[in-house]
Design a protein around this ligand. Sequence first.
Ligand SMILES: Cc1cc2nc3c(=O)[nH]c(=O)nc-3n(C[C@H](O)[C@H](O)[C@H](O)COP(=O)(O)OP(=O)(O)OC[C@H]3O[C@@H](n4cnc5c(N)ncnc54)[C@H](O)[C@@H]3O)c2cc1C
Length: 502
Amino acid sequence: MQHEQIRSIVIVGGGTAGWIASAALSKFLPKTIRITLVESEAIGTVGVGEATIPQIRRLNASLGLDEDAFIRATQASFKLGVEFVNWGRVGDRYIHTFGDPGINLANLHFHHYWLRARAEGSTASLWDYSLHHKVAYANKFGRLDRVGNSSMTGLAYAFHFDAGLYAAFLRKFAEAGGVTRIEGKIEKVSLNSETGFVESISLDRGDVIAGDLFIDCSGFRGMLIGEALGVGYQDWSKWLPCNRALAVACERVEPLLPYTRATARDAGWQWRIPLQHRTGNGHVFCDSFLSEEAAQRTLVENLDGAMIGELRPLRFTTGRREKFWHKNCVSIGLASGFLEPLESTSIHLIQSNISRLIELFPTRAFERTAIAEYNRRVGHEFELIRDFLILHYHQTSREDSEFWRYCANMDIPDSLSAKMELFCGNGLLHKDAEDLFRESSWVQVMVGQELEPAGYHAMADRLSAEQLTSFLKDVRRLIDRAEASLPGHSEFIEAHCRSDRL
Ligand SMILES: Cc1cc2nc3c(=O)[nH]c(=O)nc-3n(C[C@H](O)[C@H](O)[C@H](O)COP(=O)(O)OP(=O)(O)OC[C@H]3O[C@@H](n4cnc5c(N)ncnc54)[C@H](O)[C@@H]3O)c2cc1C
């Protein structure tokens, strides 16, 4: 028997999470479902969250947004990866790019051919075979799907953008799609006395808003999922100890880099995110190892342009909700958990959780099996990303501060130890269909931070020594040619998507 369909959805919160949820639900659900979003300008949003990963292009495309219009509206620039400075040891740098280094040959990942060449005396780095690396350090960019007629894929890219402008852009889209926005501060959440389901929310000015399905996008507070429904939080700070951030913008300087920079500091790291009109900066740190005053000093002394506005302090606890979906409430965004911004994964989690919700969309019976499946999948994705982030902190030779000694020596989850041990042998990689980070991401961070395998896969020996040399030369030739054909990053923006606000 078909249960009754959901008739109304109430979204609590108008930050990036609330507006992405509104835009996607209004686009994909039938218009018979009423969608209301409640937000409070007086409370405001977290407002940071300026770096993204290539999956955002899928969200924009699925909504039918024009990419150049989106870039102009959000003052965006292009991103080819994240440059990690001083992570493995002080003085190191590598880029975790969005592309695969080299070309995979005969079903074998490229890094095995590189490892074999090294074993035979080559001194070339893995990044000498990375198109993204070459283009990023040349400050260039172009929309390149494929390199010539070779089997090398072109440039995978994401964006740096102004998160407030992105939310405003999506708000316009969602309102045009029928979403009703209500301004007001929620003062009370009413639960059904028998089922414990959320029945309604009450605003400061007296309105009561009822609904079938509630989406909690209220930020770190988790007003519905945590405060009203009492769902607990798993704290992961023993593995990811940073719990504070200071954010500030500074004036744009040339050149406009097509990548995010994450520089490790004494007790955390500093981000640098170049936008068309300014550069976003922040210092993520752990307050057990560094005072706020010292963190401020480090941030301000390391800006590369004149500071704009005030420093914004933020506090967080890395971890996840025990359940992401409980009864008739689904938490999305910061209300569902927080993984620190080192690999720019939060906006991705918002979009992947909304697509899971659409896939497992309930009826008014709120099927337990669909809820359990949603919680399983989201929890698994959180854990996979958690492991990848811990790798950055744990795989270090730094011994120069108490924070880095702690990270290098801390116990790590068994799931991560297994992945690292597997790689240390013959460069083999753990594969999980739900892992956001593909094999080439794991390879780049492991090699970038000096976790190097003892050997390589036997299949790499199928090439003769001459064939291997000529294959590696060809890869470099293709990369050089592709890079030479591209315009500068600023030049590309100027020609295609310069913001009208500049
Ligand atoms: C330091 C830091 C850096 C980050 N960097 C990145 C990054 O580079 N890339 C990335 O992908 N993500 C990043 N993130 C995460 C990103 O900022 C968030 O995922 C994103 O902003 C979503 O936030 P949100 O919408 O869940 O919450 P918020 O932005 O906090 O929005 C909460 C909403 O709920 C409303 N609200 C709350 N209480 C009430 C109430 N009582 N009544 C009415 N309305 C209410 C507020 O008004 C607001 O509209 C970063 C986060 C931090 C802390």
